[in-house]
Design a protein around this ligand. Sequence first.
Ligand code: DX5
Ligand code: ZN
Length: 229
Amino acid sequence: MRKVEIMRDNKVVIAPSILSANFACLGEQVKLAEEAGADAIHIDVMDGHFVPNITFGPDIVAALKKVTSLPLDVHLMIDNPERYLAIYAKAGADYLTVHLETCPHIQRVLEEIRELKMKVGISLNPGTSLTLLEEIWPYIDLLLIMTVNPGFGGQKFIKSMLNKIAKANQIIQERKLNIRLSVDGGINQETIPWVLERGVDWLVIGSYIFKSQDITQTIKEIKKQCLKI
Ligand code: DX5
Ligand code: ZN
């Protein structure tokens, strides 16, 4: 039986996104992030169809599983994700997030992720309404609100997403749902307070960490910033 790491509820998870890491020494960069205090590793899988960019596949997930003990937060930005659920489970994904926009049979997909003993994540593009989650809230462990249009690192945070984040948090609180609220895209020193104040407890951060002068120092500063809010 696979062991899925459960995050402590009272803590903001910092999940560096390796999309902006130095791919020539990916394992070392992941280890560095772990040693600096990261809580999960975010892996962006892109297929060149659902999003314009192409990145990693399951072999990279399996390789990283061997170099870190942190939970792997795999973000599938691919069409027909249902074809790959078991493959990512086998590769070692702990959290598997699919995009609502890619799944006409979303309820079945979410159930399958759970049956495969992974935590169930769902992501919404900036243009996708939260109201579309109405029938599926009970199936979700992690809600990933995209704060940029997915595909690339280093894009600007879309400020109008703050309202969506606050609404999602309100639903989670009012209905007492056990769901982690995550954001992805344009997260940095300036935007971290905006999202934490609105209930986000899982930060996906790519370029702000991996393009910084000192990865260790940047992660430590983010952790401090999270404690203050
Ligand atoms: C974008 C990816 C993100 C990306 C974020 O489509 O899903 O995870 O790495 O990068 P930053 O933090 O640079 O906006
Ligand atoms: Zn991502």
